[in-house]
Design a protein around this ligand. Structure first.
Ligand code: ADP
Ligand code: MG
Length: 379
């Protein structure tokens, strides 16, 4: 695109966010520093994003009229989750400025479409089969072997809508798949580590990637992200190149998080994509020159991207519903290199992301040791 056709939104412009969760909240906290104004749309009147926004619209994600109101009040629009209704997203795309477009959202909210797009871009993914009914399911298990994991193609997050199978006995005992739903069966990847790279591509086509994070999960929910990822330099380089390739080939605008599996022999498979700020990038708030949230805003508003240089080693720890009581007891003797993020969610449920801690250190060993001490009292 010629430079003069690219919109630049200066500080003072209003950014509308579809969704009012913690990702929206952190986008707002960063954007406000730069003087942007924010309107959020979310069904919950007191959501994390709404608490930080200039204005909040309480409405469902299927409410086209409410989305139209969001568009009217905003100079540009972004989203913080993938599951908005197509009709809403299409309306926003046609009536307002949605710099990210709707194509990437449509791809990444559907696991099979996403895998096909990745394959089309020459990016390795785990072997998979589309599953539409119990007969096809058994055939797919037969061809992929054990272990394998069945996932709903849409609507899943934090391991929800996923079932792992290790034997035919487990397949027999499984009540499903539901006939009306579409699923994907994936071969279980015997990874040695999971890593992720968040990369930004601006409306001007500029691309910058953040340093790869090493992620560990508890019950399929992200538990900890460690940066710099303790892997060979050649793995870091390849992870960076893969993520950039995804951003370029899929014409990304804004952020895309690329989750990867690292195998014993050094192979990297892409697991999944998220076209938004990502939990594994929260460390950038304190540990990089530019946070993922600021980068997202710069990318959408047509500003030059900020440096992604790592300033310090960091360990990000998620605080889930079941951790909050112990965490609150720890608050009074928090080590000085620990930064607290609390999302202001009203309801505390097990497995729900309530906040996170970022542990810094002059070396990674130091940060890891502090993180371990801190978690001595967590479950
Ligand atoms: P979501 O994050 O949307 O819940 P993911 O596909 O990322 O879904 O799955 C969550 C976690 O489950 C992954 O980070 C990984 O730890 C594990 N997992 C998912 N699919 C596979 C697979 N094919 N092989 C090995 N582990 C997997
Ligand atoms: Mg994931």
């Amino acid at each position: 695109h010629p430079q003069n056709q690219i919109n630049v939104w200066m500080p003072g412009s209003t950014i509308g966010i579809l969704g009012g969760g913690q990702l929206g909240r952190m986008m707002i906290l960063e954007g406000r520093k730069m003087g942007y104004r924010f309107v959020t749309l979310d069904p919950s009147p007191d959501c994390p994003g709404g608490q930080a926004a200039d204005r909040h619209i309480t409405a469902g994600f299927e409410d086209v009229e409410a989305a139209r109101l969001l568009a009217e009040e905003s100079d540009l629009i972004t989203y913080e989750f993938e599951n908005a209704e197509d009709t809403v997203v299409e309306m926003l795309e046609s009536s307002a400025s949605l710099p990210q477009g709707s194509r990437l959202l449509r791809l990444t909210r559907h696991r099979i479409r996403e895998k096909r797009a990745l394959e089309g871009a020459g990016i390795p993914v785990a072997p998979y089969r589309k599953v539409t009914d119990p007969g096809v399911f058994r055939e797919a298990v037969n061809s992929l072997g054990f272990p394998c994991v069945l996932k709903t193609t849409t609507g899943g997050y934090d391991g929800k809508g996923q079932w792992v199978f290790r034997s035919w006995g487990e397949v027999e005992a499984f009540h499903g798949p539901e006939p009306e739903r579409e699923y994907i069966l994936e071969k279980w990847v015997p990874f040695v580590k999971e890593i992720s790279v968040i990369v930004a591509r601006s409306v001007r086509g500029e691309v910058k990637a953040f340093p790869p994070a090493w992620n560990t999960h508890r019950r399929q929910i992200l538990h900890q992200s460690v940066v710099p990822a303790p892997v060979e330099p050649s793995v870091l380089e390849r992870a960076d190149a893969l993520a950039r390739r995804v951003a370029e080939k899929l014409d990304v605008v804004g952020l895309i998080a690329v989750e990867m599996f690292l195998l014993e022999d050094g192979t990297l498979y892409v697991n999944e994509l998220a076209p938004r700020p990502h939990n594994s990038g929260h460390y950038t708030f304190e540990a990089c020159v530019t946070s993922q949230f600021e980068q997202h805003i710069r990318a959408l508003c047509g500003l030059p991207l900020g440096s992604t240089r790592l300033l310090t080693p960091a360990v990000m720890i998620n605080i889930l519903g079941e951790d909050t009581e112990q965490f609150q007891r720890r608050m009074t003797d928090l080590p000085p290199e620990v930064k607290v993020h609390w999302y202001g969610k009203m309801e505390n449920r097990p497995g729900r992301k309530m906040g996170h801690l970022t542990v810094l250190g002059s070396t990674l060993e130091e940060a890891l040791a502090t993180a371990e001490r801190l978690q001595g009292t967590l479950p």
